[in-house]
Design a protein around this ligand. Structure first.
Ligand SMILES: [Fe+2]
Ligand SMILES: [Fe+2]
Length: 185
């Protein structure tokens, strides 16, 4: 099965509409952080970068009288729930393996606990990496959602990440093959 790439995800109309709404620059930056953190936490980099890129795809704009209204947002926001569903549908349409699509959707669902009742969430390593990567790019007052990036720069940075992910996946396969041949001989 061919890997679904970040650039394929970027160029899908759902991404163009909804990731741009919550901030393409933020999504790209969080994917880059997630790639680095995936190495440290021994998480599949492919899943980490995709979940990170799509983590805010469920955002809705909460306006009152033409102005962004933070209280309205806080009261009504379910962007992680909406995003999990949207990311899942988009990935399945692009041909992602259903097991991976589910893991990515769960990491999107749990990247924030701001919409959940009080309590402790037990995150698995992938979910933890995506939540951490999001925090790393956070700016006061939600300013990270308003950073700008050109389409060309976003595509170039995601292409680079795609290459890095594919190299990491290949290296992992070689390591596994080596370990297997060593255990046979
Ligand atoms: Fe978020
Ligand atoms: Fe975010």
């Amino acid at each position: 099965m061919e890997r679904v790439t970040l650039t394929q995800i970027l160029n899908h109309e759902v991404t163009q509409k909804f990731v741009k709404r919550s901030g393409l620059a933020h999504a790209v930056a969080v994917s880059e952080y997630a790639f680095k953190l995936a190495k440290v936490h021994n998480v599949n980099p492919d899943l980490a970068v995709k979940a990170a890129f799509l983590h805010d795809v469920g955002h809705y704009t909460w306006y009152r009288n033409g102005q962004w209204d933070y209280n309205l947002y806080k009261e009504n926001d379910i962007h992680a729930i909406k995003g999990a569903e949207r990311a899942h549908k988009l990935l399945i349409r692009l041909g992602e393996h259903p097991v991976n699509a589910k893991k990515i959707a769960l990491a999107v669902l749990l990247h924030t606990d701001s919409y959940l009742p009080e309590g402790e969430l037990q995150l698995d390593p992938l979910q933890h990496v995506v939540a951490l990567a999001d925090k790393k790019d956070e700016e006061p007052g939600g300013n990270h959602h308003y950073k700008t990036i050109s389409d060309e720069e976003a595509e170039a940075r995601l292409e680079k990440l795609d290459r890095l992910v594919e190299e990491a996946v290949e290296a992992e396969k070689e390591d596994t093959a080596l370990a297997q041949s060593a255990s046979v001989s």
